[in-house]
Design a protein around this ligand. Structure first.
Ligand code: BDR
Ligand code: CA
Length: 310
C-alpha cells in the first residue's frame, strides 16, 4: 500500500476526504497532521479526532502550527461554521492527539519509511513548508505532494486567490518551489466536483453511521454554496477529496503538466497560484494541474468508500 501523510484542517470537505482516504483501503496512512485554516488549530485538531472516532480508524493525529508563517490567522467560519465541522451525528471526542509536533512526526515517518512517502495537504501549507525548511535532507524521500489548493483561472478569497493558498502564500511558495512533484487540484476542478442533494440522499441511504454523518456534513456545507454560488445550481464544491481521488484513479481527472509559482507580493493577487497553462515561460513543469473531472466517477468513488466504513 502507498504510504501517505495527510495534512488537513477539518472542515466539512476535509472530513469527506478522510472518509475516502480510509474507506478506499488503498493507503497506508501513517499520520494525520492538522493545520489551522477552516477553524483554529484547537478546533481542527478536535475535528480530525472526531472523524477518526466516527470511522473507527486508528491513525495518529498530530498538532500543527497555530498560525501561518508570517501572516495573521484567517478562518473560514463563514462556510464551515463556529466549530468548523457541523453535523448532529458526530461522536464526542474521547481520543487524545499523539505526542510531539506535526513537523517532527512527518520527519520521523519520512526518514524511517522503506519507500517514498506521499503527502496530501488539504489546508494551508504551513506545516509542510516548515517541514521542508527544517529537514531539507528528507525532501528526496517524498515522492509526491497531491494537494487541494489554488486555481488556474479563479479564486474564492479574492478574484484570483483560493483559501488554502491565500491563508499562507509564503508557505505555498516554499512547497511549489521545493522540486517535489506536485499534483494540484484547484478551484477549476473542484468547482466541477459537485455534490448535489441526490448525492447527499444517496449517502444517507447507505444506512451506516459514516453515511449519515457524510450526509449531515454535506447538508450543512451545501447551504453556503446554495447562497453564495448560485452558478453551481444547487451543487456544493466538494474540494478536498479530489487530492485523494487523483491518487486512487488519475483517469477520473484531466490534468496538464505546468510550471506553477505563488504570488506573495501582488497588489491585487497575493495568494494566487500563477499557473503557466500555455507554457509562455517555457520553464520545466513542476506541477500536474487538474482542470476537469468525471463528476459521476468521483462521487461513486466516495460513495463506495463511505459504504465500506462503519
Ligand atoms: C478549501 O478551503 C477550505 O475551506 C476547504 O476545506 C478547502 O480545502 C477550498 O478553497
Ligand atoms: Ca480543507
Amino acid at each position: 500500500k502507498r504510504a501517505l501523510i495527510i495534512d488537513c484542517d477539518p472542515g466539512h470537505d476535509d472530513a469527506l476526504m478522510l472518509m475516502l482516504a480510509v474507506g478506499c483501503d488503498l493507503f497506508d496512512i501513517k499520520a494525520i497532521t492538522v493545520s489551522a485554516g477552516n477553524q483554529t488549530q484547537e478546533k481542527t485538531l478536535s475535528n480530525a479526532l472526531k472523524i477518526l472516532t466516527l470511522i473507527e480508524a486508528d491513525i495518529p493525529v498530530y498538532r500543527g502550527a497555530e498560525k501561518p508563517l508570517f501572516r495573521d490567522l484567517i478562518v473560514a467560519d463563514y462556510a464551515h461554521g463556529e466549530t468548523g465541522l457541523n453535523a448532529p451525528s458526530l461522536p464526542v471526542v474521547t481520543r487524545e492527539p499523539a505526542q510531539g509536533s506535526a513537523i517532527e512526526a512527518i520527519a520521523k515517518i519520512v526518514r524511517e519509511a522503506n519507500e517514498g512517502v506521499t503527502i496530501v495537504p488539504t489546508g494551508p501549507l504551513t506545516n509542510i513548508a516548515t517541514f521542508l525548511l527544517a529537514y531539507p535532507d528528507l525532501k528526496n524521500r517524498i515522492d509526491r505532494i497531491s494537494l487541494m489548493g489554488g486555481g488556474i483561472f479563479r479564486g474564492n478569497m479574492t478574484p484570483l486567490a483560493e483559501f488554502n493558498i491565500y491563508c499562507d502564500p509564503e508557505a505555498a511558495a516554499i512547497v511549489f518551489n521545493s522540486g517535489i512533484p506536485i499534483t494540484m487540484c484547484g478551484l477549476d476542478v473542484t468547482h466541477k466536483a459537485l455534490v448535489y442533494q441526490k448525492d447527499i440522499d444517496h449517502f444517507r441511504a447507505i444506512g451506516n453511521k459514516s453515511g449519515n454523518a457524510a450526509a449531515d456534513l454535506m447538508d450543512f456545507f451545501s447551504v453556503y454554496y446554495r447562497e453564495h454560488h448560485t452558478e453551481l445550481e444547487g451543487g456544493a464544491a466538494l474540494h478536498d477529496p479530489c487530492a485523494i481521488a487523483w491518487l486512487i484513479n488519475p483517469s477520473v481527472f484531466a490534468t496538464k503538466p505546468c510550471y506553477v509559482d505563488v504570488e506573495t507580493k501582488g497588489e491585487l493577487t497575493t495568494g494566487a497560484t500563477v499557473v503557466d497553462f500555455y507554457n509562455t515561460l517555457q520553464r520545466k513543469p513542476n506541477t500536474e494541474v487538474a482542470y476537469d473531472i468525471n463528476r459521476e466517477a468521483y462521487m461513486e468513488m466516495i460513495y463506495q468508500a463511505v459504504k465500506r466504513l462503519p
